[in-house]
Design a protein around this ligand. Structure first.
Ligand code: S3P
Length: 426
């Protein structure tokens, strides 16, 4: 499926965006192993979060979806059922990596698979700690999906993450719920802490001391009523579109502003972006607020070190802003980008190249010089949701109508993306 996107002079009005993908996965997983019913409001409409619900259903967890509300009848820590067939994580790295932590604690065998893109993504990063805890985990060619997991009694570990990854951290902490003592994960740089916050909401004991996060085993998890804030990583495309087009004033409501995610706002503001935060409030341990973004003169910037981990999902759209900015954008320490739904260093450079923009590619990042005019072009998502949406933002500032092949990939996190863009961009 393709979409065409015409240049726009502005993005205006009010945007209400789907629930945060990261938080939706975590609430659903914890609701499934809690006692009693949970009601999750504003659950992500993205296909990835449906994959998590599908897997939970196959594990015998009653799940009822009505619009954006999801009711989950928790089965307790030990109540999951051996699945009849393979669990399907679809395109979702979060589903396979985080659910594997729970499966490692179950007394049955399970197999979890995914689509072509997911089948190329490395799983050794979770296999290693889960094996150290005592689970049997096999992967295709030793490290790729499908994964075959034989769980059981787990030993607590103290695990230093070799790469900054919230998915791996979550996997180990969830397995730690089934361990024989307290499990600790140490992070090289801070990553999103939704799991820590959600575990506390559901009743687990989690402590953070510097880079170490410790979870106590066998908690009494209780079903909860929670509302998922809107997804800042989805909002990023609209914020970027508003900043970079000349006649914009856009209000995005109820967006998640967890400090481990909101570095995006600091970075956009440091580039010269006019963004205001309004109505900041706490919900279920998470912060949320409204964001007002207006047309801005963007300077440029450098993303490296801890900032790279904090901005990892937003880098494709920030690259577009870099091309349009005065001084450009340099991204470093971003090898992880090559292991996402696509190799995002390659797919960003490919698409900007099609628009006539210069991009210098490095092993661990890229540099996009500023002051570049983008030409209308035939672009390609390569099946990656964030690349589809970043291409759409680039198309808004091109010199004519662009075509985006594989635009349907946006549905992985944001099925309403193109419809919302058509409503707001003029
Ligand atoms: C996520 C963590 C990040 C991010 C992904 C969602 C999460 O992945 O890219 O979109 O919800 O924990 P890594 O843990 O692989 O960095």
């Amino acid at each position: 499926m393709h979409e065409t996107v015409a240049p726009a002079s502005g993005v205006n009005g009010l945007a209400r965006l789907p629930g945060d993908k990261s938080i939706s996965h975590r609430y659903a997983l914890l609701a499934a192993i809690a006692e009693g019913e949970s009601l999750i409001r504003n659950y992500s409409t993205g296909a990835d979060c449906r994959s998590t619900l599908g897997c939970l259903g196959a594990l015998g967890v009653p799940v009822a979806v009505e619009g954006c509300e999801v009711r989950i009848a928790g089965r307790g820590l030990e109540g999951l059922r051996e699945p009849a067939g393979e669990l399907d994580a679809g395109n979702s790295g979060s589903t396979i990596r985080m659910l594997a932590g729970i499966l490692a604690g179950q007394k049955f065998r399970s197999r979890i698979t995914g689509d072509e893109s997911l089948s190329r993504r490395p799983m050794d990063r979770i296999m290693l700690p889960l094996r150290q805890m005592g689970a049997e985990v096999e992967g295709r060619d030793g490290r790729f999906p499908p994964l075959a997991i034989r769980g059981g009694a787990l030993h607590a570990i103290d695990y230093a993450l070799p790469v900054a990854s919230a998915q791996v951290k979550t996997c180990v902490l969830l397995a730690g719920l089934y361990a024989d003592a307290a499990t600790t994960v140490r992070e090289p740089v801070p990553t999103r802490d939704h799991t820590e916050l959600a575990l506390r909401e559901f009743g687990a004991r989690v402590e953070k001391k510097g880079p170490a996060i410790t979870v106590q085993p066998r908690p009494a998890l209780r079903g909860r009523q929670l509302r998922v804030p809107s997804d800042l990583s989805s909002a990023a495309f609209f914020l970027a579109a508003a900043l970079v087009t000349p006649d914009s004033s856009l209000l995005v409501e109820g967006v998640g502003l967890n400090p481990t995610r909101s570095h995006l706002l600091d970075f956009l503001i440091s580039m010269g972006g006019k963004i205001e935060i309004r109505n900041l409030a706490a919900t279920g341990g998470e912060l949320a607020g409204d964001l007002l973004a207006r047309s801005s003169r963007l300077r440029g910037g450098v993303i490296e070190g801890a900032a790279t981990a904090a901005l990892i999902d937003e880098i494709p759209v920030l690259a577009v802003l870099g091309a349009a900015s005065e001084e450009g954008l340099a991204v470093r320490d971003a090898r992880e980008l090559r292991l996402k739904e696509t190799d995002r260093i390659a797919t960003v450079a490919d698409n900007l190249g099609r628009m006539g923009a210069a991009v210098e590619v490095w092993e661990d990042g890229f540099t996009v010089p500023g002051g570049q005019k983008l030409r209308a072009a035939r672009l390609d998502s390569f099946g990656d949701h964030r690349i589809a949406m970043a291409c759409a933002v680039a198309a808004l500032i091109a010199d004519g109508e662009s075509r985006i092949d594989g635009a349907g990939a946006a549905a992985v996190s944001f099925p309403e993306f193109f419809e919302t863009l058509r409503r707001l961009a003029r």
